[in-house]
Design a binder for this molecule. Structure first.
Ligand code: ADP
Length: 169
């Protein structure tokens, strides 16, 4: 606040499965951390969703990628995203939008989150052109067949993918 000498830290959470974290996710983090003072990449623990990487593996992989970013943290959470946002004093939930197909789902989630907590705003960042076709699902499918995906993910993650599917690299 000008004149009071007080500084209010603007925190946003970036929730997702990140199974695994791709260049598309990284691009969103890099752009969001310019807009906010602190970004918490928040890995959701969804017991109904079968994941390839464990929570610890995903956390370690992402920490490795963002270690030099002073205003980016990595956490995991269960329960409602809005509750996690509130607990962390976040004013915004960051989501990435790719094609129109993302829109309907994201719009519904955004509406319900707003009903649940009026104090948290959802901020959408459009996918960059070069990442607009990237999804964790597609990348897993390519790596499953032994193809190198280092063009689409940070290096440590493309190596982890090949290793997970039994291809030595
Ligand atoms: P979820 O399971 O919650 O959809 P994801 O890990 O798939 O989690 O994605 C987390 C967020 O990142 C979502 O808002 C999703 O739309 C966004 N996202 C995923 N891939 C990309 C991409 N290539 N470019 C921009 N945003 C993306």
């Amino acid at each position: 606040m000008p004149g009071t000498g007080r500084f209010i830290l603007k925190t946003a959470i970036y929730p997702g499965s990140f199974d695994p974290f791709t260049n598309g996710h990284l691009d969103i983090v890099n752009r969001a951390r310019i807009l906010f003072d602190k970004i918490i990449i928040s890995i959701s623990i969804n017991s109904a969703k079968q994941s390839l990487f464990t929570m610890d593996e995903r956390k370690e992989q992402i920490l490795n990628v963002v270690s030099s970013m002073h205003n980016v943290e990595v956490a995991s959470f269960t329960g409602l995203t809005v509750d996690f946002a509130r607990k962390n004093g976040a004013i915004a939930i960051i989501r990435g939008l790719r094609a129109v197909t993302d829109f309907e789902y994201e719009y519904a989630i955004c509406q319900i989150n707003h009903e649940l907590n009026h104090d948290v705003e959802t901020v959408f960042l459009m996918a960059s052109k070069e990442n607009s076709f990237l999804s964790s699902t597609i990348i897993k499918e390519v790596a499953r067949h032994g193809r190198d995906v280092s063009e689409y993910t940070p290096k440590n993650i493309s190596s982890a993918l090949l290793k997970k599917f039994g291809y030595e690299n």
